[in-house]
Design a protein around this ligand. Structure first.
Ligand code: FAD
Length: 371
């Protein structure tokens, strides 16, 4: 599309998570008029770390925000998998993208602050919960809790795994319980019992449990994340210290000691869900990005990275296609095969043996998702 046409586009992004913020940045760099509507009255993220892949960092470089992200993250050379007791299983450099070879490890809170911090003042409207969306062909009307309505030429549904945009226009299917829990917190490196020796991400795998140590050197901290098979699908289950210690029993004594010392009030406990692939992500004026389009399990560490890439791909498509309608089709054709595959392989986090240990005699669809 001509830049003059894009400048006249009024774009409403629903959700100010990683996907919404990235889409807003990329689309506003094209000159479009972008507004972001976020349900929360203040921005907050789970206390945990994630890795921003080389290709994601390249997007940030192209958007002129590399330094803003690099300034609150630490570069890591490789990812290592070890047994529960620390025997090396596999060590792999991060897949490089061009000259960028490092994955940057970052605290989720710092990441969203940095991303929203590079958006123009006044672009993000907090306290706006989308309630309904009317698709009128070449434009849509969004109605928020409280009754406020706005019109847009393009609506970007970046409203996460429980997306209202997806539910209203594309799929009413509920998120799928994975049969596992995630327990996440951030602790000082000094409290890690000597387990943090450099800046690289390590995963220790036991039977039905994985422990991730993700160093955040720039903060003097490490993200301590446990993922474990568990049949309780309550969205925010109650988990005690004894439950956690039972989950990590048999791991390296130092990892067990980290768990024993935790302040359980700081531990974010979640049952883990994803969604089945959604057939279509767009109409002529509404499109899904991030978890709203393709929420995936975290075993490949690709959910947030995919959300960022979606924002970039959507802006590229608008620039390259002749109309919004064509751009949305091009965006889906570019991204959906990639995320369909990531959704599929992310569901292969456990062996059949591990699953039958935790779910004896049964194979819940959740724990053994269909291919
Ligand atoms: C345990 C765990 C570990 C993970 N680890 C990694 C990792 O290492 N690497 C990685 O890349 N990914 C990881 N992920 C995945 C990653 O967190 C998600 O893929 C990512 O947060 C998706 O971003 P998003 O912006 O699409 O959605 P979200 O982050 O969910 O943001 C959606 C936003 O929309 C807002 N919203 C929702 N509904 C409405 C509404 N009706 N109106 C207005 N606003 C609304 C929400 O408040 C929120 O701010 C992990 C996920 C989990 C659960």
């Amino acid at each position: 599309m001509q830049l003059s046409e894009i400048k006249n586009l009024k774009i409403a992004v629903v959700g100010a998570g990683y996907g919404g913020a990235a889409a807003a940045k990329a689309l506003s760099l094209l000159g479009a008029q972008v507004d972001v509507y976020e349900q929360a009255s203040r921005i907050g993220e789970v206390g945990a770390g994630i890795g921003l892949r080389p290709s994601t960092m390249n997007r940030f470089r192209a958007w002129g925000i590399f330094d803003a992200i690099a300034g609150v993250s630490s570069p890591s050379d490789y990812f290592e998998i070890l047994s529960a007791t620390g025997d090396p299983i596999m060590k792999e450099a991060w897949p490089a993208a061009g000259e960028q070879a490092h994955t940057h490890l970052i605290h989720r809170g710092d990441f969203i602050d940095a991303l929203l911090g590079v958006l123009p003042e006044g672009m993000v409207h907090l306290g706006h919960r989308l309630e309904s969306l009317q698709d009128r062909g070449d434009r849509s009307v969004l109605t928020f809790a409280g009754g406020k309505a706005v019109e847009a030429d393009l609506v970007v549904g970046a409203d996460g795994i429980k997306s209202v945009v997806r539910r209203q226009l594309f799929s009413e299917r509920d998120p799928v319980f994975s049969g596992e829990h995630a327990y996440r917190t951030v602790i000082p490196v000094d409290a890690a019992h000597g387990m943090v020796v450099d800046d690289n991400l390590r995963m220790y795998i036991g039977r039905g449990t994985k422990i991730y140590l993700l160093p955040l050197r720039h903060r003097g901290q490490v993200s301590f994340d446990v993922t474990a098979l568990n049949p309780d699908g309550t969205w925010a289950p109650r988990v005690t210290r004894d439950d956690l210690l039972a989950t990590v029993a048999g791991f390296d004594e130092r990892l067990v000691n980290i768990a024993r010392d935790l302040d359980m009030d700081t531990v974010n406990v979640r049952a883990v869900y994803d969604i089945d692939p959604v057939d279509t992500w767009h109409t002529d004026s509404v499109v899904l990005v991030g978890d709203a389009a393709h929420s995936m399990l975290h075993h490949q560490g690709q959910g947030a990275n995919s959300a960022i890439e979606d924002g970039g791909a959507l802006a590229d498509a608008l620039r390259d296609a002749d109309s919004v309608k064509e751009a949305l089709a091009l965006y889906q054709a570019t991204r959906k095969p990639v995320t369909d595959e990531l959704q599929r392989i992310s569901r292969q986090g456990w062996t059949e043996e591990e699953i039958s240990d935790v779910f004896p005699g049964q194979k819940p669809a959740a724990a053994a998702p269909k291919e």
